[in-house]
Design a protein around this ligand. Structure first.
Ligand code: IPM
Ligand code: MN
Length: 359
C-alpha cells in the first residue's frame, strides 16, 4: 500500500517521540513491502515562533491532501503563564481538528499484562480491562462562542451540540460496539445540562437501530469514580468533547503511564493519529520521554487503513519491549533506556532483528 503521511511533530517532546513512530512505520514498510511517504509540517508553538500562526496555511493544505496525519504534541509553558496571550499553540490543533472534520476521537484503554503493577490501582481491578472512549471532538464548549468582558471580570464558554454532530459519532460508537462486547455507555450530565439531555434523546433513538448493542446512560461524576473502582464494566464509552478529554486522562491511571495511550481522530475524509499526552516541556531533548504512545498511534494508523497484520506486529513489538523492560523511566525508574533505545528496539523487533539487540 502507498500512503502519504503528514508528520506534525509539534512542540516539546513531540519531535522525539514522533521520530520513533516513524521508525516503526518505516520498519513496517520494509517488512511488509509498503511505501509510506512522510512530509513534515509546522504546528503549535514551533509554528508560532516561525510564522506567528499556530496552524500555517501550508500545514493545513498538506493535511487536507494526505492520507493521514501523524501528530506529536502541542503546548509551551510560555503561553500557559500568560493568560492574555491571543495566539496559543493549542489553537493550531483545535483548528486542524475542525478543518479536517475529525469528529470522532478514539482512545483505547487496555493495560499491558506486564504492566498491571505499574498502575496505582489494584491488579485485580484492572486485569482484563478493555474499553474504548469515543470522544466527540469538534463540538461542545471547545468550539462554542467564547466571551471575555473588557474589564476581565467575566468569561463564558458556550457548550452547544446539534443533532447531526451527535448522530455521526454515535453511529461510529455503536458500530465499534458491534464488533466488541456490544455495550455502549453514554456519559453525560443529563440531570443538569440541556446538551446532555439532547445527547440522551438522540443516542436512545439511534440505539434502536442496533438491537444487538446494549445502551447504558451514566452521569459523568459517577463514571469518573467507576473508571477507577470498576473499569471492567465498560466496553465503549461515548461522550462529548470536554468530558471525554477529562475521562481519557483519568483512564491513563489504569495503563500505568500517560506515555502509553494512543488515539485516532477520524472524520469522513481525513484521519489523524496522536499520543494523548502533552508536550512535556521539562523532558524536551532529554531522551527520556516514552515513545510508546506515539508508536501505538502509528499502529492505529495502520489499522485504520486495514493493515491489521501490520498493526498487530507493532503492538506485539511494543509488548516485547515492555516484557524485556526496554522502557523509559516512567515505567522503570532505574531504566538505562531512553526514547531512542525504545524506538530502535521496537523497530528491530518489527524487522525480526530483536535477537541482535542483546548481542
Ligand atoms: C487532548 C489535549 C487537547 C484537548 C489540548 C492540547 C487542546 O488535551 O488531545 O486531549 O484538550 O483536546
Ligand atoms: Mn486531553
Amino acid at each position: 500500500m502507498n500512503l502519504k503521511i503528514a508528520v506534525l511533530s509539534g512542540d516539546g517532546i513531540g519531535p522525539e517521540v514522533i521520530l520513533q513512530a516513524k521508525k516503526a512505520l518505516y520498519a513496517i514498510s520494509v517488512a511488509y513491502d509498503h511505501e509510506f511517504i512522510f512530509e513534515d509540517a509546522l504546528i503549535g508553538a514551533t509554528a508560532i515562533d516561525k510564522t506567528r500562526n499556530p496552524l500555517p496555511e501550508q500545514t493545513l493544505n498538506l493535511c487536507l491532501n494526505t492520507d493521514a496525519v501523524l501528530f506529536g504534541a502541542i503546548g509551551n509553558p510560555k503561553y500557559d503563564n500568560n493568560p492574555d496571550a491571543k495566539v496559543r499553540p493549542e489553537q493550531g490543533l483545535l483548528k486542524l481538528r475542525k478543518e479536517l472534520g475529525l469528529y470522532a476521537n478514539i482512545r483505547p484503554i487496555k493495560p499491558f499484562k506486564n504492566l498491571l503493577d505499574a498502575s496505582p490501582i489494584k491488579r485485580e481491578v484492572i486485569e482484563n480491562v478493555d474499553f474504548v472512549i469515543y470522544r466527540e471532538l469538534t463540538g461542545g464548549s471547545y468550539y462554542g462562542e467564547k466571551i471575555v468582558n473588557e474589564e476581565g471580570t467575566f468569561a463564558s464558554d458556550i457548550c452547544e451540540y446539534s443533532e447531526n454532530e451527535i448522530n455521526r459519532i454515535t453511529h461510529q460508537a455503536f458500530k465499534a460496539a458491534q464488533s466488541r462486547r456490544k455495550k455502549v455507555t453514554l456519559v453525560d450530565k443529563a440531570n443538569v445540562l440541556e446538551t446532555s439531555r439532547l445527547w440522551r434523546k438522540i443516542v436512545k433513538k439511534i440505539a434502536l437501530q442496533y438491537p444487538d448493542v446494549m445502551l447504558e446512560c451514566q452521569y459523568i461524576d459517577n463514571v469518573a469514580m467507576q473508571i477507577i473502582t470498576d473499569p471492567k464494566q465498560f466496553d465503549i464509552i461515548l461522550t462529548e468533547n470536554l468530558f471525554g478529554d477529562i475521562l481519557s486522562d483519568e483512564a491513563c491511571a489504569i495503563m500505568g503511564s500517560i506515555g502509553l495511550m494512543a488515539s485516532a481522530s477520524i472524520g469522513n475524509n481525513n484521519a489523524l493519529f496522536e499520543p494523548i499526552h502533552g508536550s512535556y516541556p521539562r523532558a524536551k531533548g532529554k531522551n527520556i520521554a516514552n515513545p510508546i504512545a506515539s508508536i501505538l498511534s502509528a499502529a492505529m494508523l495502520l489499522e485504520h487503513f486495514g493493515l491489521e497484520k501490520e498493526a498487530k506486529k507493532v503492538y506485539e513489538a511494543v509488548e516485547k519491549a515492555i516484557e524485556y523492560k526496554v522502557v523509559t523511566i516512567d515505567l522503570n525508574p532505574g531504566s538505562r533506556f531512553g526514547t531512542n533505545d525504545v524506538g530502535d528496539f521496537i523497530s528491530n523487533v518489527i524487522l525480526s532483528k530483536d535477537d541482535l539487540y542483546f548481542k
